[in-house]
Ligand binder design. Structure first.
Ligand code: KE4
Length: 429
């Protein structure tokens, strides 16, 4: 079946007259995979539908939030009900306490948590807090990791920054990026060297505990433990950016899955059930420096607003009350992994499938993909062809080789079988 997408083409032309690049977030523009982005009208369960009425099996799920599939009834109904009583007060509400208590009951090492409206805000605030708490200026991030678009993080970042191969982002001043130190992912010696060369000056190390913004790249054995001990020794704040892994890899996220304690954790995506929500939290010893308790200022007009809170609360409560969802979603991803492996084996092209839990990606590489350089030297032109081959058959992968695939628990065995069969057909040609 090859789809006609005339309506999307028309909408894309029109969008570009009023929105930069026709999209409100660059990764949606298909710039790296080529072609015209598809305009969606609705979604239900594992599927979304474009303006021409074509159905797609969704492996983006809004880049993570739709872990239970689109238009999950309890979330939709909760939003409808809450909206009738006003959408925002700018005053505290009991629901925010319930949301904070729910997060604390699921996530390890979170004594206090502050709600914000995006993953970017969460990471930006966590970094400011770590700097305010330690009195130090520098921090370490990893090449290919993406922590949102706050200036300090746009140095060798992943996701759209890597997709568009933006080396230095105009507008990010040297004054800001001078304090951003970078190291390759999965290389603990590189971190040790930076720590030794900047003794007593590093406030934080921020990491995606399972990287998802250069495709999926799990930490190699012992790496996260080594990071933890360097931070303990040097008084550096270890920030787990769990915007992607939080409430996805386990109820307790990567801290639970990898059994590593972070000092601060940032959340987004799943935590909002599809509405704009982010959060950062951690030990009281650190979080108590946040205004109005302390002097590290951080604020937000719509932080903790009722709609976002009821959507996120309903989503997290569902995940907490039925932990088998995590087993199911992991099993579905393992099934997909096995099927893709069989399909790709028949192809005469090298490939690597990286997976941890429900985070998975295919790299057309002839060697292990353990850091950004490995991901960047894979045959990403082939990925782009593969992306379109599947899209044409109604299967929507993330439109970049530098993204992990997002699995929803609404995916059926048949959806996965169709994905595998279409993969096998493409590689047979
Ligand atoms: P937002 O500000 O986009 O809500 O979150 C930023 C962010 C922070 N940390 C991690 C680990 C993230 O993955 C993200 C956002 N992820 C990208 C996709 N890889 C969002 C998609 C987009 O930019 O439109």
């Amino acid at each position: 079946m090859s789809y006609t997408t005339n309506k999307s083409t028309e909408l894309f032309q029109r969008a570009q007259l009023s929105i930069p690049g026709g999209v409100n977030s660059p990764v949606r523009a298909f710039k790296s995979v080529g072609g015209t982005p598809l305009f969606m009208t609705r979604g239900k369960g594992a599927y979304m539908y474009d303006a021409d009425g074509n159905q797609y099996i969704d492996y983006i799920n809004s880049w993570g939030p739709m872990i239970l599939g689109h238009a999950y009834e309890p979330v939709v109904n909760a939003i409808k009900e809450k909206a009738a009583h006003s959408t925002s007060f700018g005053a505290p509400t009991e629901l925010e306490i319930e949301m904070a208590e729910l997060i604390k009951s699921m996530a390890p090492n979170v004594d206090l948590v502050r709600m914000v409206s995006s993953g970017t805000e969460a990471c930006m605030s966590a970094l400011r807090l770590a700097r305010g708490y330690t009195g130090r200026n520098k921090f370490i991030k990893f090449e290919g990791c993406y922590h949102g678009h706050a200036d300090a993080f746009l140095v060798k970042a992943g996701s759209g920054v890597a997709t568009f191969n933006i080396q230095t982002v105009p507008g990010v001043t040297a004054g800001v990026s001078n304090d951003t130190l970078t190291a390759p992912y999965n290389d603990i010696n590189a971190v040790q060297r930076l720590v030794d060369d900047n003794k007593g000056e590093i406030a934080a190390i921020i990491i995606e505990p399972v990287a998802g913004n250069m495709g999926c790249i799990p930490p190699v054995d012992g790496y996260m433990e080594a990071l933890r001990s360097i931070c303990d020794k040097e008084g550096i704040v270890l920030i787990f950016d769990e915007v992607m892994t939080g409430f996805r890899l386990a109820a307790g996220g990567a801290q639970e899955r990898l059994k590593i304690n972070a000092d601060l954790v940032t959340y987004g995506k799943v935590i909002g059930g599809g509405l704009p929500v982010g959060a950062f939290g951690g030990k009281k010893e650190i979080m108590q420096h946040i205004a109005p308790l302390g002097n590290v200022y951080q604020a937000g007009t719509l932080s903790g607003n009722p709609l976002a809170m009821i959507a996120g609360y309903t989503m997290l409560k569902t995940l907490k009350d039925d932990p088998s969802i995590y087993t199911q979603i992991d099993e579905k991803t393992a099934y997909l992994h096995k099927g893709l492996d069989e399909a790709l084996k028949t192809a005469n092209t090298p490939y690597v499938i990286n997976r941890l839990g429900s985070m998975i990606s295919v790299h057309f590489s002839d060697k292990a993909v353990r850091n950004f350089t490995d991901a960047a030297t894979a045959d990403n032109a082939l990925f782009n062809k593969y992306f379109h081959a599947l899209l044409n058959e109604g299967i929507y992968l993330p439109p970049s080789a530098y993204e992990t695939w997002f699995i929803s628990n609404a995916l059926s065995k048949e959806d996965i079988d169709r994905t595998v069969e279409t993969t096998a057909t493409f590689f047979k040609k």
